[in-house]
Design a protein around this ligand. Structure first.
Ligand SMILES: Cc1ncc(COP(=O)(O)O)c(C=O)c1O
Length: 408
């Protein structure tokens, strides 16, 4: 396997060590193949919002598997899951499932281009929307981690169809829209792939108004924020409606599932209702749908209040542990990033300027103390409902020592 892994950020090269191979997980914990236990703050990069091996989810998967693992035909559970999604996102009247977030963003772009008859996509620096060819320029996540500005293998035409603007820069958005008349503006409403960098007050409203005025499609990529920062994702938390919403991670409850959705008018362009082709052998797979439904059914209003409390306790504990060092702890409900920066981080330029060497030392020191943070400055910590006070206390204790080692 290239780099020893099946997805780059698992490699841990960026923090100067070899990848950790996992043998099992339960609740808030991971165990590696050497028998070491870690408090896991990665949560499989988001899906495990209930913690690992949650009994209700496992039971739902077992039950579904007993009835066969894939039919290539629709099921009642898919209808229930679509209803659950539409019940949470005011802007989603119809939904189409895929197996990965990458497929979902790729399909949403195709639909936006078909609906507008335009080509160009506006994207924000530091945002990651999966490894879609045209969206890999100045992307966050594993590309930012490896310092790759764009990937070889992408045609000039694909690169030319994407225009990059800085996050939280209203003028740049307005200028790009008037210059290129885009098919769509795609944004993570709460970016978490350059670390967590929430929008400034009014910024997303500006993007919403500017896209509506220009007749461009606003695609909000809620693969991370959806079902996590609030019951109805960032759109509910921030009071903003997308034209198309992309979802994943929590939606599949730890199995491969993602989706895109929006108004009936837009979504009825998708085949076979309409002429925009998109398909998938394992889309809406019965095991993934069962895991997703079981997960979402546990995520009621009280669960989100609890997740917010867990996030705040963790973030405040990390802030206290950092003391007056050059560290910023950014957080929204369900997401945290520890930036090694003297100044608050508002965009990709500031995220990129962080002290990644110190972050690497911090991470290694945490791992040595049985705490597993994301092995990259440009990723989020993903609190789950399984993280109790003891997990947080151990993490904060470890962080006190790790900050000392990282920035002595
Ligand atoms: C915001 C966002 N969009 C899209 C994706 C791609 O999803 P997947 O890895 O399922 O292809 C990711 C993955 O991390 C993501 O964070």
């Amino acid at each position: 396997m290239p780099g020893g892994v099946n997805s780059p950020v698992r490699a841990m090269k960026q923090i100067g060590r070899k990848p950790i191979f996992i043998s099992r997980a339960e609740g808030p914990f991971l165990w590696d193949v050497d028998g070491n236990r870690y408090v896991d703050w990665v949560s499989s990069w988001g899906p495990m919002i209930l913690g690992h091996a949650e009994p209700l989810v496992i039971e739902a998967i077992r039950d579904a598997a007993g009835r066969g693992t894939s039919y290539g035909a629709p099921t009642e559970d898919e209808v229930d899951l679509a209803g659950e999604v539409a019940g949470r996102f005011a802007s989603v009247e119809m939904v189409r499932m895929t197996s990965s977030g990458t497929e979902a963003t790729m399909s949403a772009l195709r639909l936006a281009r078909a609906a507008t008859g335009r080509t160009t996509i506006v994207k924000f620096a530091g945002a990651y929307h999966g490894h879609v060819d045209g969206l890999l320029a100045e992307a966050g996540s594993g590309l930012a981690t490896a310092g790759i500005p764009a990937s070889p293998g992408i045609t000039e035409a694909q690169a030319a169809d994407t225009v990059i603007v800085p996050w939280n820069d209203e003028e740049a958005v307005a200028d790009a829209i008037s210059r290129v008349n885009p098919a769509a503006v795609i944004a993570e409403p709460i970016p978490a792939n350059m670390g967590v960098v929430p929008p400034d007050a009014g910024f997303l409203e500006h993007v919403r108004d500017a896209t509506a005025e220009a007749g461009a499609v606003l695609i909000l990529d809620e693969v991370i924020s959806g079902f996590r920062v609030a019951r109805g994702g960032a759109q509910e938390l921030l009071g903003i409606d997308a034209d198309l919403t992309v979802m994943g991670k929590v939606l599949g409850g730890g199995l491969p599932a993602a989706a895109y959705g929006g108004s009936r008018e837009l979504m009825e362009r998708v085949a076979p209702a309409g002429d925009v082709y998109q398909a998938g052998t394992l889309s809406g797979n019965p095991l993934a749908v069962a895991a997703g439904l079981a997960t979402l059914r546990k995520l009621d209003g009280a669960a989100y209040v609890r997740l917010q409390g867990i996030t705040e306790t963790l973030a405040n504990g990390l802030r206290a542990a950092a003391g007056d060092r050059a560290v910023q702890v950014s957080s929204v409900p369900g997401l945290v990033t520890v930036f090694f920066s003297a100044e608050p981080v508002r965009d990709f330029a500031a995220a990129s300027a962080c002290n990644t060497a110190a972050y690497g030392r911090f991470c290694r020191a945490m791992l040595e103390r049985g705490v597993y943070p994301p092995a990259s400055q440009f990723e989020a910590w993903f609190p789950s409902l399984a993280h109790d006070d003891d997990c947080i206390a151990r993490t904060v204790d470890a962080a006190q020592a790790a900050f000392r080692e990282a920035l002595s």
